[in-house]
Write a protein that binds this ligand. Sequence first.
Ligand SMILES: *[C@@H]1O[C@H](CO)[C@@H](O)[C@H](O)[C@H]1NC(C)=O
Ligand SMILES: *[C@@H]1O[C@H](CO)[C@@H](O)[C@H](O)[C@H]1NC(C)=O
Ligand SMILES: *[C@@H]1O[C@H](CO)[C@@H](O)[C@H](O)[C@H]1NC(C)=O
Ligand SMILES: *[C@@H]1O[C@H](CO)[C@@H](O)[C@H](O)[C@H]1NC(C)=O
Ligand SMILES: *[C@@H]1O[C@H](CO)[C@@H](O)[C@H](O)[C@H]1NC(C)=O
Ligand SMILES: *[C@@H]1O[C@H](CO)[C@@H](O)[C@H](O)[C@H]1NC(C)=O
Ligand SMILES: *[C@@H]1O[C@H](CO)[C@@H](O)[C@H](O)[C@H]1NC(C)=O
Ligand SMILES: *[C@@H]1O[C@H](CO)[C@@H](O)[C@H](O)[C@H]1NC(C)=O
Ligand SMILES: *[C@@H]1O[C@H](CO)[C@@H](O)[C@H](O)[C@H]1NC(C)=O
Ligand SMILES: *[C@@H]1O[C@H](CO)[C@@H](O)[C@H](O)[C@H]1NC(C)=O
Length: 637
Amino acid sequence: MATPPRFLFLFLFLVLFLLTFSLVAKADNSTSAKTATPNPFTAKAALIRYWNRKVPNGRPLPAFLVSKLSPLSALDTASFSSLAASGGGAALSPRLPDLCAAARLLCSPSLSSSNASHPSDSAFAGYSNSNFSNYGADRAGGADSFKNYSASENSPIDTFRRYSRDSVGHDDSFALYQPDGNIDTANFTSYATAATGGAGDFSSYAHEGNVPDLKFTNYEADANGRVQKFSSYSDDTNSGGQSFAGYGKHGNGIPLSFTSYGSNSNVMNSDFNNYGEDGNGANDTFTNYGQNGNVPENNFRSYGAAGNAASEKFSNYRDQANVGDDSFTSYAKEDNAGAADFKNYGNSFNQGTDSFKGYGQGSINFTITFGSYYGDNTTFKAYAKTGIIGFNGYRNSSTFPSSAAAALKARRRPTSRWVVEPGKFFRESELKKGTVMPMPDISDRMPARSFLPRSIAGRIPFSAAEVQRVFNMPADTALGKAAADTVAECERPPSRGETKRCATSAEDVIDFAVSVLGNNVVVRSTENTNGSKGSILIGEVKGVNGGSVTKSVSCHQSLFPYLVYYCHSVPKVRVYQAEILAVKTKEKINHGVAICHVDTSDWSPAHGAFVALGPGPGKIEVCHWIFQGDMTWTVAD
Ligand SMILES: *[C@@H]1O[C@H](CO)[C@@H](O)[C@H](O)[C@H]1NC(C)=O
Ligand SMILES: *[C@@H]1O[C@H](CO)[C@@H](O)[C@H](O)[C@H]1NC(C)=O
Ligand SMILES: *[C@@H]1O[C@H](CO)[C@@H](O)[C@H](O)[C@H]1NC(C)=O
Ligand SMILES: *[C@@H]1O[C@H](CO)[C@@H](O)[C@H](O)[C@H]1NC(C)=O
Ligand SMILES: *[C@@H]1O[C@H](CO)[C@@H](O)[C@H](O)[C@H]1NC(C)=O
Ligand SMILES: *[C@@H]1O[C@H](CO)[C@@H](O)[C@H](O)[C@H]1NC(C)=O
Ligand SMILES: *[C@@H]1O[C@H](CO)[C@@H](O)[C@H](O)[C@H]1NC(C)=O
Ligand SMILES: *[C@@H]1O[C@H](CO)[C@@H](O)[C@H](O)[C@H]1NC(C)=O
Ligand SMILES: *[C@@H]1O[C@H](CO)[C@@H](O)[C@H](O)[C@H]1NC(C)=O
Ligand SMILES: *[C@@H]1O[C@H](CO)[C@@H](O)[C@H](O)[C@H]1NC(C)=O
């Protein structure tokens, strides 16, 4: 049984819906049509019929699903459906802008080309989706500053090509660039080529981004004495990736520093390829890089090859991170008289892996120092055993006698731990009346999108290439990548005991729930986001299925141009509904739905739940709230 408030809510919604509809019908007869029944071609009407047929338990179509339906008019639905029916996805492409706007989809922006149309020394603020090419070439002195650029936007694409080429003493400053963005793309190509002097400063770049794709290609190639600084670069981001390729190639004396890069980020990827190749007197420092990250992945390939007198410094690298992997391949190959210094490196909360392949090979007079380098799981393959001087300080605990290894482990114990948002995971015992507990931010951070009607979505092939083509999202943009990741995640074979399906329409969601649970189902989601990021007081708690282990289907939103839900059923869960009260006033502010995973034995020891709660896989149950936009289905009782 749904609780009275929720039922009331649904009921009120239905009343409101019928009322609205009758008003619309009245307005309609004032113009022409004298319809007495709902227009049968709207997405809403179609889904009501579908629901009544598939779930004949007398419950109304859930408001939650209705709110996600396409706002396409009946006319547009018919016309886009017939286009899709005749030519599949390809036929939709030419009408993409219309479809995106009318159906409330998430689409890539069409870029405006801004070719030298800006005055020199510009301060670009509140600017977005621009394609700068050949801007600021041959500039002498001066400065451009980009501030609060593309703030809080959905899927912006910012490209800079041949910017500041051959400039002398010209400064660029990017501050608060793409803050708070969602699925941002930034593409810097051949930026500051052959520039002399001047400085580039990226501070607070892509802060709190969600799934960004940030790329620097041939940046500052052939530059001379130009200083580059990245600070607070993509901190607090969620997944996404950065790539630096051919950066600082043939550069001469270009000091580069990364400070607080990717700190507190979740599953972020960094790729450094052919970085600083052939440089002279490079001076790269990485400080507090990937700190407190969750599963940071860093790849250095052909980094600093053939450099002369390079200095590389890594300190507090991956400090307190939760696992993660670093790989250094062909690093500092054939360098002359350079130095690499790893200090307090890899002091992770949960050990990750490091692999060094072809490190310092062919280098002459190259010094590598590892001071306080931590790694149980490090491989050094084909690193230069000659030519390198001062390979010291490195400790591989697994090759030590066990007493020494234990001593090393004790020393390495981090003073603080990777911070998991308070309340993100909790124990089942906390779900009882009177508990005061933190609540994480359960708000949906993804851009608003709608389901496409099944008659359209069902005809767009669910493949990365096809979706990227139909929706004009190049594979090298954040959105193109996110869609490809969604398809890959959907195609991943289920884990042990898991039943899964990606639903591309509301009808698909219903079908999957019914296929797992039978046709007497009910769907629940947390009512609103009240209580997020603060302390809450738990009021009445009700266990679904009498609080026993129950079958359920949970559906999580995926990133895609239209709504796609990753629905799955995992064994051994208990589902709860809990009143959420304000701590001070005890006033009811939310109605929460929580799910507890009783069997966590297949989970990774590095899972955030164990970082936050302790014990480990199989030793404890783990509960979490159903976030805004997500839902859980069970058999109605
Ligand atoms: C709409 O039609 C009804 C009867 O079907 C009539 O009573 C009403 O006056 C009409 N409204 C308008 C605005 O024409
Ligand atoms: C931009 O400028 C370059 C050279 O300065 C020129 O070749 C190109 O046609 C211009 N593009 C546009 C869209 O004006
Ligand atoms: C940016 O503009 C250049 C010409 O100025 C064009 O060649 C390029 O395709 C544009 N990029 C995008 C992503 O629109
Ligand atoms: C940046 O721009 C966004 C939206 O345009 C605005 O909400 C925010 O306050 C701005 N931040 C600053 C520091 O100017
Ligand atoms: C590298 O740059 C740092 C400042 O960023 C400076 O303190 C240091 O002396 C430089 N090292 C070399 C070898 O130039
Ligand atoms: C290595 O470089 C140092 C200076 O950085 C120099 O003093 C020394 O002679 C060099 N050794 C070799 C073997 O080239
Ligand atoms: C080392 O890493 C591999 C792959 O990530 C993992 O399977 C293995 O368990 C790790 N070994 C240790 C001793 O941590
Ligand atoms: C460190 O230990 C691992 C695991 O025992 C081993 O594979 C690796 O070769 C060792 N590395 C060094 C440099 O001894
Ligand atoms: C990024 O820049 C590269 C090189 O100019 C270009 O080939 C690619 O199309 C660009 N991608 C986007 C999304 O602008
Ligand atoms: C959310 O909480 C506020 C008070 O903090 C309250 O006014 C509002 O009604 C609550 N929303 C719901 C849907 O309960």
